[in-house]
Design a protein around this ligand. Structure first.
Ligand code: UDP
Length: 409
């Protein structure tokens, strides 16, 4: 797919924000950056990197993206760490720390870092910091998780690595923990020109709806997510069943897996079991890169749900808001930055609450439409990729001035 050019983004944002982006790019041009994460596809981090890496390069920042290698047991361990960092009580053994260290060592043996800045995403590759001694780079740890209430043993283990970084980036101050090195706060963002978010014609939406046998004359409630306990797909089915007592409707649970998430198959089996007697529940197992289909499914929906039990940021919410869809979502993690209750969407805390608010939106289409419109403007102001690019360019510049509060132009 051809990458969009930076100038094409100017139509979405204020001219002064676009000018600032170009100015920062001029100042940071020539820097070499390495991004490292743990999966090339599936989940929000891969989604973001796919879009920003070509744009950094166009802006003159020579950016490469690497994915660490890991076995099934390693990703089993890091998924458990992920849950524990989100505050889900998890059994941790010393064997797990050993698996983490061994995979880190194997990746270190294959990688060298000769860039100016290395940005390591999330806990899985965090141990690569051991290579700092043999590189001249500034090292940044980018945390996409809400680590405000982590399980202590996992955080303490990870902290041994994190403290060696020159800086860390969190999605919001609430997610961060006390660290000696500077912390930066950068919201994630979506790309309005990506296949997943671009405008679609009515015919494109209809084709996908038909492919999945959705009846567009009845309300469609949709949650797009990896099949993950923390996304609570079983809770969504419960909420849908409560709605269905009063409103004839359909439910779409659509998602694929991520190569760094080994729990997906098990969750999917449970979801299929819970849905098996209801032809109005559509469980769609999407392949990687089903961007056009996700876009169309979101646009074909009457209400978008994101009933996560824990959430980093929740890009699926951003995507839905950008499409001016009314959203019902749990008041967890970064979702509360995106949904201003009763204004850009509806926040919920329970299955019953989810059902109640879905019914409200189905029964009040005018209010739903208004919320969708406000949601889109909220995303335009805060959560588009151009704002994120500005923030990262400023970070690249700031890393060269570690002890200065004000950097002169
Ligand atoms: N996504 C996808 N295919 C799927 C499920 C999700 O492309 O089958 C995308 C989704 O559209 C969003 C991202 O993956 O862009 C998920 O990001 P989010 O922050 O919502 O959750 P995460 O998976 O990172 O926990």
């Amino acid at each position: 797919m051809a990458q969009n050019k930076i100038a094409e983004y100017s139509r979405f944002i204020r001219p002064q924000n676009f000018d600032e982006l170009m100015l920062l790019a001029e100042k940071a041009a020539g820097k070499r950056v390495r991004m490292v994460n743990s999966t090339a596809v599936g989940g929000g981090v891969a989604e973001i990197l796919t879009r920003v890496v070509p744009l950094y390069n166009e802006l003159g920042i020579k950016t490469k993206w690497d994915v660490i290698k890991g076995s099934g047991p390693f990703f089993g361990v890091t998924k458990t760490f992920h849950n524990a960092l989100h505050g889900i009580k998890s059994d941790i053994s010393t064997e797990m720390f050993k698996v983490f260290q061994e995979t880190t060592a194997a990746n270190l043996a294959e990688m060298s870092f000769d860039e100016d800045v290395v940005i390591v995403h999330d806990p899985q590759p965090a141990g690569l910091i051991a290579a700092k001694e043999r590189s001249k780079a500034k090292w940044v740890w980018r945390c996409h998780i809400d680590t405000s209430h982590p399980q202590a043993d996992v955080w303490d283990f990870l902290k041994g690595y994190i403290e060696k970084y020159d800086a860390s980036v969190f999605s919001t101050p609430w997610f961060a923990r006390k660290l000696a090195a500077p912390k930066y706060f950068i919201y994630p963002a979506i790309d309005p020109l990506a296949e997943k978010n671009r405008d679609l014609s009515a015919a494109e939406i209809e084709t996908v709806a038909r492919k999945y046998k959705l009846d567009r004359s009845r309300p469609i409630i949709t949650q797009i997510s990896r099949f993950d306990y923390l996304k609570d797909p079983l809770g969504v089915i419960e909420a849908y069943k409560l709605v269905k007592r009063h409103n004839d409707c359909q439910l779409v649970l659509a998602g694929g897996g991520a190569t760094d998430d080994p729990e997906g198959g098990q969750v999917l089996n449970q979801v299929q079991e819970a849905a098996k007697n209801d032809p109005d529940i559509h469980i769609l197992l999407l392949p990687p890169y089903a961007d056009l289909e996700i876009n169309a499914l979101q646009r074909a929906s009457t209400v978008i749900v994101q009933k996560s039990l824990r959430e980093g940021f929740g890009l699926t919410v951003t995507e839905a808001l950008w499409k001016a869809k009314p959203v019902v979502a749990s008041a967890v993690g970064g979702i509360t930055l995106q949904i201003i209750h009763n204004f850009t969407g509806l926040l919920v805390h329970s299955i019953e609450g989810t059902a109640y608010q879905i019914r409200y939106l189905i029964n009040n289409p005018q209010a739903a439409k208004k919320m969708g419109e406000y949601g889109r403007e909220h995303v335009r102001e805060k959560f588009l990729i151009t704002r994120k690019l500005r923030n990262y360019l400023a970070l690249l510049i700031a890393l060269d001035h570690p002890n200065e509060d004000i950097i002169q132009g």
